[in-house]
Design a protein around this ligand. Structure first.
Ligand SMILES: [Zn+2]
Length: 265
């Protein structure tokens, strides 16, 4: 057992081995034991299941599990075609529809425990920002710079969700064809930093920095009172669109978000 400074509580503690993505995700995705390869826009991961690092103490590892992972993982899309989180969303009517895009206010879906997906996504982005998670590499998987600390204190429940960030959440309606996940990677928006990852049925985007437009804060699942979720079969394109604003679907997605926001007034 390694004794070192825990990266979350900053105390000198005995550290436990942990994955970047939860162990449960590997089981859910049934990737072959010896050769899981996860492709993002730049990085190809090999043997991800074996990639564990001792960064957190047991208590902090427990916080990430209790406050996010253990709520989110049972609700993800599965190979049998079920998708419990989508079913929870269906308990309320969409606030906006535009083409195949629908915008939901998770604040109205009582069984959606909004802090849990927020903590889960924040935890994965933060872990990606404190370690390389790639053999032979030393630079963190994503670079959050001075904003990294605001995620750490948020994960410790010391502060609200960081002001200089927006978390966009998208959901794919079932049946979800690709039951897989990818590690966080940097998106291509040029005017602010954005990072993305997906897990079965859900895509998360984190916008970071002083230049995150106010409009994007209105789309923020974590801090906007409606806790908007966008649903689309082409969620990946839609989310990238919300982030970048370039494609047709992007414009529809932006409109969905805008109307959703307006609906609250
Ligand atoms: Zn700790």
């Amino acid at each position: 057992m390694k004794v070192d400074i825990c990266r979350l509580c900053l105390e000198k503690r005995q550290l436990v081995d942990g994955h970047l993505m939860s162990r449960g995700l590997y089981d859910l995705c049934k990737t072959p034991d010896d050769d899981p390869i996860f492709v993002s826009n730049k990085v190809i991961m090999q043997s991800g299941r074996q990639l564990k690092h001792a960064l957190l103490c047991e208590e902090c590892d427990g916080i990430l599990s209790r406050e996010g992972e253990s709520w989110v993982l049972p609700l993800l899309a599965k190979v049998d075609g079920t998708f419990p989180l989508f079913d929870l969303l269906q308990t309320v009517a969409p606030d906006v529809t535009a083409g195949d895009l629908r915008g939901y206010a998770a604040s109205r879906a009582r069984e959606i425990d909004v802090p849990k997906p927020t903590h889960f996504a924040a935890g994965i982005f933060w872990k990606a920002s404190i370690h390389s998670w790639r053999g032979g590499e030393t630079t963190p998987l994503i670079e959050l710079g001075k904003y990294r600390e605001s995620l750490r204190v948020f994960l410790r429940s010391e502060t609200p969700f960081p002001e200089k960030m927006a978390l966009i959440v998208g959901v794919v309606p079932p049946p979800v064809k690709t039951i897989n996940f990818c590690y966080p990677y940097r998106g291509s928006a040029s005017d602010h930093h954005n990072y993305l990852f997906h897990i079965p049925g859900i895509e998360f985007a984190l916008l970071v920095g002083n230049t995150v437009p106010a409009g994007q804060k209105a789309n923020c699942f974590a801090s906007h009172p409606l806790h908007p979720i966008i649903v689309s079969a082409g969620i990946s394109e839609a989310i990238k669109g919300v982030v970048r604003g370039v494609t047709k679907k992007a414009h529809r997605a932006k409109n969905v978000m805008r109307y959703l926001d307006r609906g609250r007034n």
